[in-house]
Design a binder for this molecule. Structure first.
Ligand code: CUA
Length: 616
């Protein structure tokens, strides 16, 4: 038993945090902190991260924005913030959530807790087409990396509540996954929590992705015991065709989970054979619940198995060759390497120790290859070249470097402070790059200028190209980087303008002489052209109570020439990219004169780009 568990007994998250905050000491200037030889270390780190003006970074990092509902894009190794992609939350800077289309896509939910970005893959390699990201309200969004815009928000998906173990795509982007963190009665109905253990259910879901368009649709769901599913990863190469989901609360407890859900020594990783799930659906072995095809493993064998894992696992990570599944029990001092071949053998031999709601439990000793003594509070593992693995240690506030196969821990790098997830360059692919590793830390105080109680999150960049890991850079980010992925920059080739010939919008106008106002009863359509430096028409009149649609086409075909449309007092702000048409529809409730103007700097005469709406 680890020192941590022994001393802490029933460990609470609060106790861990309290212990940590006393360990954190304010930072000192780097040279003083590092002691002898510090100057050359600092110079080397500076050189490694310095991207000269006009030069470009080697990688993109896509980082989850947590409860901000956004995705943040960074350049690696500079750690410069390049862009914010609004996904689940309106973002006035790009007009997202203000025009008709994005407003409709967001629906009633204008907030989302975005967790795990997943780049689309072909043969287990990031292919640079799409980025998927889940959020807790049972949704996954797809961002098109051609223009870095959110194109679809799929969900909320029925039966499944608190979609945390998501989005984690399969090696050819056949599926993104979803799983329940907060079990609920399935079908949804108001049953008291005293019936939690028997009447509440978890759900694991496969969300189908169209290989051409990226469009998501519902594949299947599997009825699971009421565990709290946490993270997931898709099998690859040797383990292709499988999905792995970590879970905690195998106690099926309610109330104060920090105590009640930490009683058992082991929780589970669920291993799902997704081809078998597809076959069960094709064979009609499902029940339709709330419009979704749900497989009950009690009635259909061979779909899902439970792998016992260290207490309250967080990360479950498949090695690049697919041979090992690394499960990190965050209330332990070791991380476990499960052998995929042994899992298959145990399934064939029915080497089970029991079941949970009819789902066989594999014998731990039969499927594990090693328990690696990485350190306290292992959370998440990423991979480098040559079988190197890197595990974040929340309690130790460090990263451990170790080797697949030999299980030898060779290095540890301290983090400031309380690292959560990690991201390695091309780290979730079948051929990681090594080079760089980013620690996504939960605490940062003393490492930056004081900005009051709401402190930024911190991300630390490490050089992993040599034997010892080296800290290169501290960067501070918006809340909250739960997970990130790093892709080679040359795999993404974004457009800079929308080509005119691709604009098929029914209300687009490409000539100022076609701009103007038309009326159909109480409905008014204003077709507007935005081009340096006029919004045409420069004024229009409507009647109070009219339903007004303004359709604005930015007819520029020049890079960087964005125009805005801010309508004062009406809570409207669109930003229209070159070649794009956007519409906004509203009721002219307020009478009077209202200015509209270009909100996005475009030229020396940007300030002159304005007009009036007169509401009579
Ligand atoms: Cu157009 Cu500023």
């Amino acid at each position: 038993m680890s020192r941590f568990i022994r001393s802490a007994g029933a460990v609470t998250a609060l106790a861990v945090l309290a212990a940590l905050s006393t360990q954190c000491t304010p930072s000192q200037p780097a040279a003083r902190r590092a002691g002898g030889g510090a100057q050359s270390d600092v110079a080397l780190a500076a050189q490694k991260t310095y991207v000269a003006p006009g030069d470009l970074d080697q990688y993109y990092m896509f980082s989850s924005g947590g409860h901000s509902g956004q995705v943040y894009v960074y350049g690696i190794p500079s750690m410069r913030h390049l862009s914010t992609i609004p996904v689940f939350t309106p973002y006035p800077a790009t007009g997202y959530g203000f025009d008709d289309d994005t407003k409709k896509m967001l629906g009633e939910l204008t907030w989302g807790d975005a967790h795990h970005p997943a780049l689309s893959e072909t043969k287990g390699e990031y292919d640079g087409r799409w980025l998927f990201i889940n959020e807790m309200n049972g949704r996954i969004a797809r961002i098109d990396l051609r223009d870095f815009k959110t194109k679809q928000i799929f969900g909320p998906v029925p039966n499944l509540h608190g979609n945390h173990a998501s989005s984690f795509v399969t090696p050819n982007t056949e599926y993104a996954v979803m799983a329940t963190r907060f079990s609920v009665p399935v079908p949804r109905r108001p049953i008291g929590v005293d019936k939690y253990a028997t009447d509440y259910k978890g759900i694991i879901a496969g969300i189908k992705i169209d290989p051409k368009s990226g469009e998501m649709s519902l594949g299947w769901q599997i009825l699971m015991p009421p565990f709290d599913f946490d993270l997931a990863d898709a099998g690859k190469l040797a383990s292709d065709g499988w999905m792995f989901f970590s879970s905690y609360n195998s106690e099926r407890a309610t109330g104060k989970l920090e105590v009640t859900a930490s009683q058992r020594d082991r929780d589970y990783i669920a291993a799902v054979d997704w081809h078998a799930a597809e076959k069960a659906i094709a064979d009609g072995k499902f029940e339709t619940i709330d419009g979704v095809k749900v497989i009950d493993p009690k009635k259909v064998a061979g779909i899902v198995y439970l792998m016992p894992c260290g207490k309250s696992p967080h990360g479950v990570d498949v090695s690049p060759d697919g041979k090992w599944i690394i499960g990190s029990g965050k209330l332990q001092g070791v991380t476990t390497a499960f052998n995929f071949e042994k899992i298959q053998t145990a399934i064939r031999n029915k080497d089970f120790t029991g079941d949970e709601d009819g789902i066989p439990i594999l014998k731990y000793e039969s499927i594990k290859d090693a328990e690696i003594a990485v350190g306290l509070g292992p959370l998440h593992t990423q991979f480098g070249t040559d079988g190197w693995a890197y595990t974040s240690l929340f309690v130790d506030s460090a990263i451990a470097k170790w080797k697949l196969g030999t299980w030898e821990v060779v290095d540890k790098a301290p983090m400031s402070y309380s690292i959560g997830h990690l991201a390695a360059a091309e780290g979730d692919t079948v051929s990681p790059d090594g080079n760089y590793l980013v620690g996504l830390n939960k605490l940062s105080h003393g490492r930056h200028l004081n900005v009051g109680p709401s402190q930024p999150e911190s991300s630390q960049l490490l050089d992993i190209s040599e034997e010892k890991m080296k800290l290169l850079y501290d960067a501070f980010t918006e809340p909250e980087p739960h997970y990130a992925q790093i892709i080679k920059a040359d795999k993404i080739k974004p457009i800079e303008v929308y080509p005119k010939e691709e604009n098929k919008h029914a209300m687009a106008v490409w000539d100022v002489k076609d701009a103007g106002i038309t009326r159909n009863g109480k409905k008014v359509l204003v077709k507007m052209v935005a081009v340096r430096s006029t919004l045409t028409p420069t004024s229009f009149e409507v009647q109070a109570g009219d339903e007004v649609t303004v359709a604005i086409t930015n007819i520029e075909q020049t890079t960087d020439e964005l125009h805005g449309f801010g309508l004062l007092d009406y809570n409207i702000n669109l930003v229209i990219d070159p070649g794009e048409t956007k519409t906004v529809t509203f009721t002219a409730k307020k009478g009077g004169v209202f200015a509209y103007y270009c909100t996005n700097f475009c030229s020396a005469l940007h300030q002159e780009m304005q007009g009036y709406m007169i509401v009579k």
